[in-house]
Ligand binder design. Structure first.
Ligand SMILES: C[S@@+](CC[C@H](N)C(=O)[O-])C[C@H]1O[C@@H](n2cnc3c(N)ncnc32)[C@H](O)[C@@H]1O
Length: 267
């Protein structure tokens, strides 16, 4: 641990996913390296901000669906991100104040903001764990989690725009399986994931050439690759979709401008 109580110091010299995503969403919690990396990616893929915004809107809609229609009251949100409009606990507790949320992120800056800003309402609980999705057993065994969520009851595991930071297919699949195996029947898994499925071939080639954009650190997966994370579960209608097409409520951009698949499924 560092003197600040964090497991790792905050590194402003290299782009970090949470801060770069914050930049694309129009937030202020980012450094020059994040903006440079964000701009470089936007130059190659001009719809990246649209994709980020639509992913965030998907998160809000899916949490509302889970609370209002599926009756879920417990959430494990891995890959929290920096606070932005419509954080999971705000949407969930805004509908059912007794909702309990455990946030997990491996970025120390996210944890600083989470502790300061993501405070829940009195009837429910909001807790945070600094941990890595690549070590799901540690997340499940963490006392903060076991003291906040009852894993014998249904929960929703949210993996929203985080699995594409795990490049190895089998490691990513194994992490999801461990979390799904820990879910009680009636629980839900939500995944959203960056895809190259609808991208122009030239864009894919340039994006995958790290030399052009600095460290991209994002693994784009096909629709089938993303669908594999839901193996053994029952998809909620309308299945795995480009996130803007998942139970849309407003006008939305053409799907070619939204390079993220999303869906929800139950056990
Ligand atoms: C693009 S943001 C998504 C934020 C939020 N889920 C959303 O969709 O609006 C991705 C988040 O995942 C976190 N992250 C990336 N890799 C991770 C890992 N291996 N374990 C835990 N968190 C991770 C990043 O720090 C960042 O906060």
């Amino acid at each position: 641990m560092t003197s600040s109580g964090l497991s790792a110091p905050i590194d402003a010299s290299e782009a970090h996913p949470a801060r770069r995503y914050d930049y694309w969403l129009g937030g202020k919690d980012n450094f020059a390296a994040d903006r440079e990396s964000g701009d470089a990616i936007e130059k190659i893929y001009p719809h990246i901000r649209t994709s980020a915004r639509q992913n965030r809107m998907f998160l809000r809609r899916v949490v509302r669906y889970l609370v209002e229609e599926a009756g879920i009251r417990q959430f494990l949100d891995v890959g929290t991100g920096l606070p932005a409009a419509g954080n999971t606990h705000q949407v969930a507790q805004g509908i059912a104040p007794q909702c309990r949320i455990v946030y997990v992120d491996n970025d120390p800056l996210v944890m600083v903001h989470a502790r300061a800003l993501l405070t829940g309402c009195a009837e429910g609980r909001t807790a945070y764990i600094e941990a890595d999705l690549r070590e799901p057993q540690a997340i499940l065994a963490d006392e903060t989690l076991t003291g906040t969520l009852d894993l014998a009851q249904p929960i929703a595991v949210l993996l929203v725009a985080v699995l594409h930071f795990l490049p190895d297919d089998s490691a990513a699949g194994a992490a999801v399986k461990i979390l799904v195996d820990a879910m009680a029947p009636g629980s839900y898994l939500v995944v959203s994931h960056a895809t190259d499925g609808l991208m122009d071939h030239g864009i894919i080639e340039t994006l995958s050439d790290g030399g052009h954009v600095g460290k991209t650190d994002t693994t784009l997966r096909s629709k089938a690759g993303v669908a594999a994370f839901f193996d053994g579960l029952t998809m909620v209608d309308p299945g795995l979709q480009i996130v803007s097409e998942w139970r849309p409520e407003t006008d939305r951009p053409p799907t070619e401008q939204v390079s993220v698949y999303g869906g929800a499924a139950y056990k």
